[in-house]
Write a protein that binds this ligand. Structure first.
Ligand code: GN1
Ligand code: MG
Length: 357
């Protein structure tokens, strides 16, 4: 690791390296230096991100752009270049990047109160506004068809046909759950195709754990995980945040009795997000926020189930059936969203109305 670290333009020599983070794709380490400086080292999963150069160019462009638009030194991530000025290190066929550690920050897996979750809504709403004029044509599509839900469905059906590990038989109810919703998959992508929804520069992975908070004030500092900043739908950014943060349990909670959609958390996030961007969203976008929540949750559950069927080749897993547990929590949330559909839409409508007067 020392060799990799010292290829970057770091200040000092490393004294400790500790694995951190809860990402399902990349690996992350907290690196302490003898000078007191601290860095975040990441190994990029190049099976998922096949164009590492394009990915890093996106992140470099976006972080520089945000740096010019925020006064707070902790307001965006900063890449540490290599000693020869490159954006990443290639070492024994693996790819690494380095960020400055954001001092005094914490990453949350669950919000301890609706207020904290509301604040994450402010952070993602602001983030979307800050990138509103970012030159979208300079972005590499790091994962093609990333939130193309019908395409995700196609991949699910393919995994089911292959049934590589013979697991399909044991997950018949989950398979049926997805198949029963095939007609829903294309709601947002069809609207996009018909020109009813605008493409924006979006984050596409807006889980709560992708916001850093100040460890004492619990105010949001910056948005992290810039791997999937590509043109997308604002409803998906809203929706993915709800999927993760408005649940009463963790994404991989095995006890489904604990998994519910919290109306308080839903309302709090809606409040925070719309306080920042109600005025910039179109009427059609506002009308699809709840669809975004349902489809991001359904899509994510379907992706976990697909990976379970494929034998856990995409998401990191720590136990047998981990992806299946994750899929089940998502489907439980989808069910509750369907049950509370009108109520959820009323919250969005009323909140938006307050900010659009
Ligand atoms: C993955 O790697 P991570 O934890 O940031 C995934 C997201 C999923 C998320 C579910 C590139 O994100 O799309 O929503 O897991 N990222 C990729 O927690 O597939
Ligand atoms: Mg991510």
């Amino acid at each position: 690791m020392r060799e990799i670290i010292e290829r970057f333009a770091v200040d000092g020599r490393p004294v400790s390296v500790a694995a951190v983070g809860n990402g399902h794709i990349n690996s992350t380490w907290d690196v302490m230096m003898d000078t007191g400086r601290r860095y975040v080292l990441q190994k990029i999963n190049h099976h998922v991100f096949r164009d590492v150069a394009g990915l890093m160019k996106n992140i470099d462009g976006v972080t520089r752009y945000l740096r010019d638009r925020t006064k707070d030194p902790r307001g965006t991530m900063n890449l540490v270049p290599t000693r020869d000025g490159a954006l990443y290190v290639e070492y024994q066929g693996k790819y690494y990047r380095m960020y400055d550690y954001v001092p005094g920050s914490v990453c949350l897996m669950q919000a301890e109160s609706p207020e904290v979750f509301r604040q994450s809504g402010v952070a993602f709403g602001k983030f979307q506004n800050q990138l509103a004029d970012y030159p979208a044509d300079t972005l590499t599509e790091t994962i093609p068809h990333f939130h193309d839900t019908p395409d995700r469905y196609r991949q699910f059906e393919e995994a089911l046909r292959r049934d590589a590990r013979g697991r399909a038989e044991k997950v018949a109810p989950e398979i049926a759950f997805v198949q029963a919703r095939q007609a829903d998959m294309g709601v947002m992508t069809d609207m996009l195709r018909r020109g009813e929804l605008p493409l924006r520069v979006t984050h596409n992975d807006t889980k709560l754990s992708n916001v850093l908070f100040d460890e004492t004030t619990m105010e949001p500092l910056c948005v992290i995980d810039l791997d999937t900043i590509i043109p997308g739908l604002s409803g998906n950014d809203f929706g993915d945040a709800i999927r993760f943060g408005a649940s009463t349990a963790l994404e991989d909670e095995p006890d489904l009795g604990k998994v519910h959609l919290s109306m308080d958390y839903f309302s709090a996030f809606t409040e925070g997000f719309l306080s920042e961007c109600a005025v910039s969203l179109s009427e059609a976008e506002l009308n699809t926020l709840v669809w975004g929540a349902k489809l991001m949750t359904l899509e994510c559950g379907m992706r976990f189930l697909t990976d379970h069927l494929n034998g856990d080749t995409y998401f990191h897993v720590e136990r047998e059936g981990h992806n299946l547990d994750r899929a089940r929590t998502q489907f439980r949330l989808v069910e509750e969203m369907e049950e509370r559909w009108d109520e959820l839409n009323a919250v969005v409508r009323d909140t938006a109305a307050r900010y659009r007067r």
